[in-house]
Design a protein around this ligand. Structure first.
Ligand SMILES: Nc1nc2c(ncn2[C@@H]2O[C@H](COP(=O)(O)OP(=O)(O)OP(=O)(O)O)[C@@H](O)[C@H]2O)c(=O)[nH]1
Ligand SMILES: [Mg+2]
Ligand SMILES: [Zn+2]
Length: 202
């Protein structure tokens, strides 16, 4: 879901900032390698907990003086985070369902909220499904910075880095220079876009 979202924001020209919330619920060791992978790729990433207050100053700083949209699945704590950085907002929040372990779509509207530190932030309803952007499959790699940076050494300039010969990306993946989970998502998105294009002409 996150990698889908990063691809969408990249294609839309919106600067993504990753916010990993509820850090109080898991020991750092559980997410450290993912955090390192995204940071090494060049993404800005902040760790927060609306419960303990961790990272709230960072979040406030990141949001101040610009237009931002807080997006993510239902129940991750988007409204709770905004309440925590600015209690006057009094946004409604809700428990995650014990049965499905998902949020309950508490926020119903996209709201543009003025921030005390300047700027505006949109709280949004959690999404359940994300379509990939309307971009050609060759363009996906440029939105995966740690993958795209190898592609200039591929034999073919329109290499999709999936099964082509002399592919510098596939070599980098084998050499563990690209995190495998990111490459897998990259390859899945390319396949999904190729399939979507194919269906258009059926
Ligand atoms: N332990 C823990 N719980 C949190 C944290 N942030 C939010 N929660 C809880 O997670 C649940 C969902 O929070 P919300 O703020 O309603 O989530 P949301 O992302 O706005 O959800 P939607 O509006 O449905 O998209 C609530 O029970 C919050 O109290 C956190 O940092 N730690
Ligand atoms: Mg909400
Ligand atoms: Zn390649």
């Amino acid at each position: 879901m996150l990698d889908r979202f990063l691809l969408l924001s990249g294609a839309a020209g919106v600067e993504p900032i990753i916010c990993l919330n509820k850090t109080d619920l898991a020991p750092v060791t559980v997410f450290r390698s993912h955090v390192e992978a995204y940071k090494a790729a060049g993404y800005r990433l902040i760790l927060t907990s609306a419960r303990t207050g961790e990272g709230l100053d960072d979040l406030r700083t990141v949001l101040s003086g610009r237009f931002s949209v807080l997006a993510g699945p239902s129940g991750v704590g988007k409204s709770s985070l905004l309440n925590a950085i600015q209690p006057g907002l009094r946004l409604k929040t809700g428990e995650v369902s014990a049965k499905t372990r998902r949020g309950r779509h508490v926020t119903r509207l996209v709201e543009l909220l003025p921030l005390e530190g300047g700027g505006f932030v949109c709280d949004t309803p959690g999404f359940t499904e994300l379509k990939l952007p309307e971009i050609p499959p060759e363009a996906v790699a440029q939105h995966f910075p740690e993958i795209g940076r190898w592609s200039e050494n591929c034999r073919f300039h329109d290499c999709l880095h999936v099964s082509e010969p002399d592919c510098a990306v596939q070599k980098a993946v084998m050499g563990k220079k690209v995190p495998l989970f990111r490459y897998r998502h990259y390859a899945a998105f390319v396949a999904e876009i190729v399939e979507r294009e194919r269906r258009k002409y059926l």
